[in-house]
Write a protein that binds this ligand. Sequence first.
Ligand code: PLP
Length: 227
Amino acid sequence: MKNRLERVKERIKETAIACNRPVKSIRLVAVSKTMPAEVVREAIEAGVTDLGENYIQEAKEKVHALATYPATWHFIGHLQSNKAKYAVRLFDLIHSVDSLKLAKELDKFAGKIDKIQSILIQVNVAREDSKSGVYVEGTVQLLREISRLENISVKGLMTMPPYFNAPEKVRPFFAALRELRDQIIKEAIPNVSMDELSMGMTGDFEAAIEEGATMVRIGTAIFGGRR
Ligand SMILES: *Cc1c(COP(=O)(O)O)cnc(C)c1O
């Protein structure tokens, strides 16, 4: 795993250099879903600082088992409003907020523990029925509503493009997310920052970096195949 991790870091670095971006402007989120705590611990010891999880129950066990390690935890899966309470306790950044209802629940539980919860807005750029996320044209309105919530801090956008197994086919969706980000910046919505673009996975992270990703979410290339 250490070798695979080093290789991924090397590829991130090479891509950043090739497109004139500072290597440090790209954060590697190691997606550890389905991996046991032991494996996650190895990853942290090998230098992983950020971990991505998709399921609350599974993440809870790992976050607690690894509480003494200095890791940043990202929630990247679909989040149901009735799990908001746990998500707020466990995660530093929630990438997958796509409704006011969910944001309000997160705001409520964050308030109860005196936390400002950082979130990203998940955008369904390709308008796929099977995917979560707000449509591009609904994003500004959603942001205006969420920006009024006191215990929520929006940091940017996330997307999961259609899987084509061909980075050049997903590139337009990454570019569209970046363009949406630029448009939102012009709206200057109070309490909303657009520093982060979470996009790119094992099959397409180089294209995502070229299109402006600040966070790449990589599982398979680091941990190997999932069961
Ligand atoms: C599983 C997952 C990833 C990582 O996928 P890999 O192809 O294994 O790198 C990234 N983002 C989300 C939202 C995921 O669910």
